[in-house]
Design a protein around this ligand. Structure first.
Ligand code: XIL
Length: 355
């Protein structure tokens, strides 16, 4: 009999250890215990979204499930860029963009289109030869083909992306060189003609990095407004880091809101390794610091008038699929979910901001 009681006791001990382990895992992942069913978008008086990767959405069930559960707005991360849609003058490829749009419709998500006009273009366009009328024709045709295709499905667009450089000047690019400075206003007009119901955004980064960039983008936007160009919103990308000050974050959000336009925090992520330390590992202190920063952004955003809150979109979903790791070749953990699809402390920070 003694061996039986020994077996019973050791089984009990093992079970306790296991369930304790699970609990710890859940608590660590979430930063504290958050009920599985409390999602950000259910608590927020604005849309909560993510940039989505078409390949992952198609092939990775866990990725698809997390987007389906956690977001009520999606932005294609790359599928609607001209590099994908028109990789050569004679190819129009909408397959990934269509896939995301259909997914969003089936799953009742808003779709934000990103992006019609950007300085990054396919190689053929860098060397394209045409006179002014030829360039205008190509520019207008591209914008109107894409916007018309998704009319009634994609309700909003980043019409022009990153048109201002880090010195506050119009960025050198094929559009500026071949169409002149007013290409920006005309892009909005052409998009508006193709879908008069779509909300049209100017999207850029760095309004929280410097006053110079902030003032330059506001000057551009205010001049479009004063000329009655059909612009309805501002996208603040907010690719920020643990070092971005609260003062600058608030200034970016609040000065943009003063225009009266819709404000979209359009590409949010918070890099925790801006120093590019190859040996850095994520730890509780970093997780808490990140949680506080997410909390601050969401609180500040939640204080602008409700009618102007277009929503907050994170740039992809989990630390495992963030562009930061790829682009900067370093370990980093910028998003509210970890690579195992678990909620991080950042998730709690966001939920708490919405209380
Ligand atoms: C990035 C994507 O995340 C990457 O996958 C791609 O290789 C390059 O573009 N600002 C933008 C986004 O407006 O479109 C960029 O997305 C990130 C910076």
């Amino acid at each position: 009999m003694r061996w039986r009681s020994w077996l019973l006791i050791s089984t009990l001990l093992i079970c306790c250890a296991c369930s304790k382990g699970n609990e710890d895992h859940q608590n660590n992942a979430a930063g504290d215990s958050i009920p599985e069913n409390a999602t950000i978008w259910q608590r927020a008086a604005f849309r909560w979204g993510a940039a989505v990767n078409a390949k992952l959405l198609r092939n990775n069930a866990a990725y698809r499930a997390i987007v389906t559960r956690e977001d009520n707005s999606v932005t294609p991360e790359n599928a609607m860029k001209i590099t994908r849609i028109r990789s050569s003058p004679d190819t129009w490829n909408f397959s990934d963009a269509d896939y995301i749009v259909n997914y969003a419709i089936e799953n009742n998500k808003r779709i934000h289109g990103h992006t019609l006009i950007w300085y990054r273009v396919p190689a053929w366009l860098e060397t394209y030869q045409a006179d002014a009328a030829g360039w205008e024709q190509l520019f207008k045709e591209y914008i109107q083909t894409v916007v018309s295709r998704y009319k009634g499905k994609v309700g909003s667009w980043d019409v022009v992306n990153e048109a201002i450089d880090d010195n506050g000047n119009l960025r050198d690019c094929v559009w500026l060189r071949n169409l002149g400075a007013d290409y920006i206003a005309r892009a909005f007009q052409y998009a508006h003609e193709a879908d008069p119901d779509a909300l049209l955004f100017y999207n850029d980064y760095g309004q929280e990095q410097s006053e110079l960039k902030r003032n330059a983008s506001l000057a551009l936007i205010n001049s479009l407004i004063s000329r009655s160009v059909p612009i309805h919103g501002i996208g603040l990308q907010m690719h920020i880091s643990k070092n971005t000050s609260e003062e600058n974050l608030a200034a970016a959000i609040n000065t943009a809101a003063k225009t009266g336009l819709q404000i979209h925090i359009s590409e949010l992520d918070i890099a925790m390794n801006p120093e590019n330390n190859p040996d850095l590992t994520y730890n509780t202190a970093l997780a808490e610091m990140q949680s506080k920063k997410y909390n601050f952004i969401v609180k500040t955003y939640n204080a602008i008038p409700e009618a102007q809150r277009f929503g907050i979109t994170t740039w992809n979903v989990t630390d495992g699929d963030s562009w930061i790791v790829d682009a900067f070749k370093r370990p980093d953990w910028p998003l509210p979910f970890d690579k195992d699809y678990k909620r991080k402390a950042a998730y709690r920070g966001i939920l708490e901001a919405l209380k």
